[in-house]
Design a binder for this molecule. Structure first.
Ligand code: BES
Ligand code: MN
Ligand code: MN
Length: 460
C-alpha cells in the first residue's frame, strides 16, 4: 500500500478538483426542477467510474432516477466488494443562511463547503478515487461492484425492486458504504446500527373556509390550536411517546451493553456549546447518545396553517398541517408504526375537526454485527490509517436500503463513514473536511486488502 500514498500525494489536487466539479451539479432529488441536473450527475459518476478503470459501466433506468452500476471482476474466485452510495443531495434551503452558494463549492479552513460535500458526494467519490488508485497501481486485490443511486434522500423507492431483479448481477461478499460519521478525526468509529423511519403528513380541517377570528373565534375549532394540542399530547411528562403499542417490540439492551456503549467519548458541554443550547432534552432515563441511537423518537419536521405573511391578519384558519418523522429502533416495523400512528392520531381528534393522515416513505432499522470478516477488515483498515482502533457506534440517521441488503442479497453491510456529526449535513453550510476526504481515500484500499486476506484465511 506504500505506492498508493505516493499516488495519492501526486494526484491530491486533481482528486479535489474532480469532487468540486461533482458538487457543482445540483442533484436535488426531492425537487423536480433539478431533474436534468440529477441525471447529469449520474452521467458524471458513470464517466468517473469508466475513467478510473471500471468495466460494464451503465446507467440502469428505474421508475425514478437511474442507478449507476460499474464493476471490475479480476478473478471470479476472489471475493467481491459491493460499494453503495448516493449521488443525490438534500434541498439546499434555507438559502439565505448559507455563507456561500450551496452549489459553488469553496474551501475554507481546510473544509469543502457545498451541499452534498459530506452527504454523500464527498464520501461516495472517495470510493471512486480509491478504486482508481488501486487500478492505476495494479493492486486491486479483489473484485468490486459499484451501485450508486440517485434517490436515497427521497426514500430509495426504486432501489428495492432493482435489488430483487438483479440478485445475480449484485452477487458479492460484503457491502461497503461510506455515508455515516466517525466520532472525531482522532477517534475513528464504525457504525453498527442505524435507525429506521416512519414519515407521515397530517392535515386537520375545521371550517370549510378561513373565517374572521373575531366573528367566529371562540365558537369554532381552530385547526392550528387543535393540531398543536394533538401533537403536544404525543409525548408525556417523561418525553415518552404516548401512541399505544409504540414501544411494544423495542429492543431492550442489557445494562452491560449500555455501559459498554457509554464508554465512547462524548462531551455534553461541547455538544451544548456547538448547538448553542442551555440544556439537552429527551426521554427520561437515557443519555444523549442513547437518545440519538438506541431509542425511538417522534419529531415534527415542519408545520403550517393560517396566516404567515408579513404583519397581522385576524383569521381563524380552515386547515393546519404537519410533517412528522418517527425514528425507529430494532424490532419496530415501519409499516406497523405508521399504522399505529394513524389509528391513534385519528382517535385523539375532537369531533369538531376532520383529520387526514398520509404516510410518506419509511425504512427499517438495521444493526450490523461485529463478528464478521467485513467488520474486522474495516477495523484493520482504520487502525492502519488513523493509528488508533475504531469504536463501534450506533447512529441516529437512517439508510433504509441497508436492511434490504441483508434480506434480499444476504449480505452484511459495513458502514465505514468518514463524516463528522458537525458537518451540517441537510443543514445550511454543509461541509466536509479535506482531512476526512483524503483519509477515506487512503483507508478504503486497506479495507479491500484486509477483506481479501481474511476471506482467504476463513476459506482455508
Ligand atoms: N447519510 C444519511 C444517513 C445518516 C446520516 C446516517 C448521519 C448516519 C449518520 C442519509 O443520506 C440520510 O439522510 N437518510 C435519511 C433517510 C431517508 C429515508 C430520507 C435520514 O436519515 O433522514
Ligand atoms: Mn447519505
Ligand atoms: Mn442524507
Amino acid at each position: 500500500m506504500r505506492q498508493l500514498n505516493t499516488y495519492l500525494d501526486q494526484h491530491k489536487e486533481r482528486f479535489l478538483d474532480e469532487l468540486l466539479d461533482l458538487l457543482r451539479i445540483p442533484s436535488v432529488s426531492a425537487d423536480s426542477a433539478y431533474a436534468d441536473d440529477v441525471v447529469k450527475t449520474a452521467k458524471f459518476v458513470a464517466q468517473s467510474l469508466r475513467d478510473a478503470g471500471a468495466d460494464a459501466v451503465e446507467l440502469c433506468p428505474t421508475a425514478g432516477y437511474p442507478i449507476v452500476y460499474g464493476e471490475k471482476i479480476i478473478d471470479p474466485a476472489l471475493p467481491t466488494v459491493l460499494v453503495y452510495g448516493h449521488y443525490d443531495v438534500q434541498p439546499p434551503d434555507p438559502l439565505d443562511l448559507w455563507n456561500s452558494p450551496p452549489f459553488e463549492p469553496v474551501i475554507k479552513d481546510e473544509k469543502i463547503y457545498a451541499r452534498g460535500a459530506c452527504d454523500d458526494k464527498g464520501q461516495m467519490y472517495m470510493h471512486v478515487k480509491a478504486f482508481e488508485m488501486m487500478m492505476k497501481n495494479d493492486c486491486l486485490p479483489c473484485n468490486v461492484k459499484f451501485m450508486i443511486e440517485g434517490e436515497e434522500e427521497v426514500g430509495s423507492d426504486n432501489l428495492p425492486p432493482f435489488l430483487r431483479a438483479n440478485v445475480e448481477k449484485l452477487k458479492a461478499d460484503v457491502v461497503l458504504v461510506s455515508d455515516t460519521s466517525i466520532i472525531a478525526n482522532d477517534q475513528p468509529s464504525i457504525t453498527t446500527g442505524l435507525r429506521g423511519l416512519s414519515y407521515v403528513e397530517v392535515e386537520v380541517t375545521g371550517p370549510n373556509i378561513d373565517l374572521h377570528s373575531g366573528t367566529y373565534g371562540g365558537a369554532v375549532a381552530n385547526p392550528v390550536n387543535v393540531l398543536c394540542k394533538m401533537i403536544a399530547s404525543l409525548h408525556d411528562e417523561d418525553r415518552h411517546i404516548t401512541i399505544p403499542g409504540f414501544y411494544d417490540n423495542v429492543e431492550v439492551l442489557s445494562d452491560e451493553v449500555r455501559a459498554e456503549m457509554g464508554k465512547r467519548p462524548f462531551s455534553l458541554d461541547a455538544y451544548k456549546e456547538y448547538l448553542n443550547i442551555n440544556d439537552v432534552y429527551g426521554e427520561a432515563g437515557y443519555s444523549t447518545t442513547e437518545r440519538t441511537s438506541i431509542r425511538p423518537t417522534l419529531d415534527v419536521n415542519g408545520m403550517w396553517g393560517g396566516y404567515i405573511g408579513e404583519g397581522a391578519k385576524t383569521v381563524l384558519p380552515s386547515k393546519a398541517s404537519a410533517k412528522i418523522s418517527m425514528r425507529l429502533v430494532p424490532n419496530q416495523s415501519s409499516e406497523r408504526i405508521t399504522e399505529l400512528f394513524q389509528k391513534h392520531f385519528e382517535s385523539i381528534a375532537p369531533p369538531s375537526v376532520r383529520v387526514k393522515v398520509s404516510p410518506h416513505h419509511g425504512g427499517e432499522p438495521a444493526v450490523t454485527p461485529i463478528d464478521n470478516i467485513g467488520y474486522k477488515a474495516a477495523v484493520k483498515a482504520m487502525t492502519a490509517t488513523f493509528g488508533k482502533a475504531p469504536i463501534p457506534t450506533r447512529e441516529g440517521g437512517s439508510i433504509p436500503i441497508v436492511a434490504l441488503f441483508e434480506e434480499v442479497l444476504g449480505l452484511k453491510t459495513i458502514l465505514m463513514g468518514f463524516g463528522l456529526n458537525s458537518d451540517a449535513i441537510h443543514s445550511p453550510n454543509e461541509h466536509y473536511g479535506l482531512f476526512n476526504y483524503y483519509k477515506g481515500i487512503e483507508t478504503i484500499p486497506y479495507f479491500y486488502e484486509a477483506f481479501t486476506e481474511l476471506s482467504n484465511e476463513s476459506a482455508s
